[in-house]
Design a protein. Sequence first.
Length: 491
Amino acid sequence: MTKEEKLLRAKDNHDLTQGPITKKIVLFALPIIAGNLFQQLYNVVDSWVVGNYAQSGTACLAAVNASFPIMMFFNSLFMGISMGANIIISQYKGAKDQDSLQKAMTTTFSLSMLIGILITVLGLIFARPLLEVLGTPADIMDMSATYLRIVFIGTCGNIVYNGLNGMIRGVGDAKFPMYALIVAALMNIVLDLLFVICFHWDVAGVAWATIIAHFASGLMLVWKQSKGDYGAKIDFKHLKPDPRMTKLIVRLGLPAAIQNAAFSCGMLVTQTFSNRFGTNYIAANAIIMKADGFAMMPMMGLQAAITTYVGQNIGAGDVKRTNKGVNSSLLIAVVSAVVIGVLLYFFGEYLMAAFNVTAEALEMGVKGLKFLAWFYVFMGVQNVLGGALRGAGASTASAVTSVAGTVLRIPMGYFLAIHPLNKACQAAVEAGQYATAKLAEAAGVGMENYFGLFETFAYGMIVGCLLIAPYYIWGNWRSKGVTAQAKTIKK
């Protein structure tokens, strides 16, 4: 690298290939964490508002949560595009390849819009049938279907935000996506209160508030990117996917999409398990997932930061700096996970109480939080290593290890929770207490086995961590860069 090139990199505020490593990663991760905090407020505020101000608080809370796994599954179809874009854009940024950078940006936006339209159509058609397949309780079925259909109407806004978010982070700017999320989250809070308290729309109100906020954040990123502040921008005059760039984005993003889809399928299956334990457990689990979302923020922020950091440094050919950055991120992730676990263990009860759920749901939730608080270290390590592998272009290895951990959660959930529930109900029938196992279950027999689902989630964290660590240590992920992969794609 010439003296002039080094000077140019030093002047670039979005360049992660120069300067103090830990400081660069932390300063890049902090806006992402802050943005994730406000993004998490979407669902948290939705849940808090319906829990406290809707006509049937606990039922509405359960309805919102019952819809979440389906939303995650459809979202996974386009998250691969965002991840693939983040990888190639960060590496082209590190390599200073402006022509390829612009093609990648234009292609990413085009693909995002096409997938957004497809998901909207499929979601509106299959929302209620999917809820029925999952065994959603009858008392929340109508509310869940209403919430889900409205959210699907706003899919394009959510996809535009996520696609451009991956793009802008790839060039090294984590701050503006944070600003967009802050605006959207505040808008969502105001609209939630307006639609539920003033208009009495209940779950429909929080759904409309969410999609309006999604569109606002997406449009902000479109405006920012169109200014050309990053040296390259979307070519709106020739808005069509570049075939060669599309293949590269799909190759790098498809493993992430499969990983997200597998995770979402796992959530769909575990949601059917959750539904077996009734509305109170669904409501308790809903709040735990909100707490889990906050607990995961530092780890997810570090994962996104290390993906861009590794991408830029691998693109620049600096493997030594890449390794130092990953090691630094691992240390930060472990310390953060310990602190968060302690906070959840001692103060989780106050978080649960804020949602005004029933006493039974509160007891379930507190037990779950105190147990899960000890396992976030494993998830932190897995997230950092997975982000590093993706940034280098080895997204398949990251996906395989994550999918394996997710798949194992399904049989664990069955044997730790559902099988004991079935045995308890059958024993009640054989004792002559109930005519059928279904009646026994409806009467609450075997409900204490819900805790097995919390155990499943914790053990899944351990498995994922143990699977990904060996490949990071001994694998050839440092030679999986975009330039090497692009040579294998025919024009």
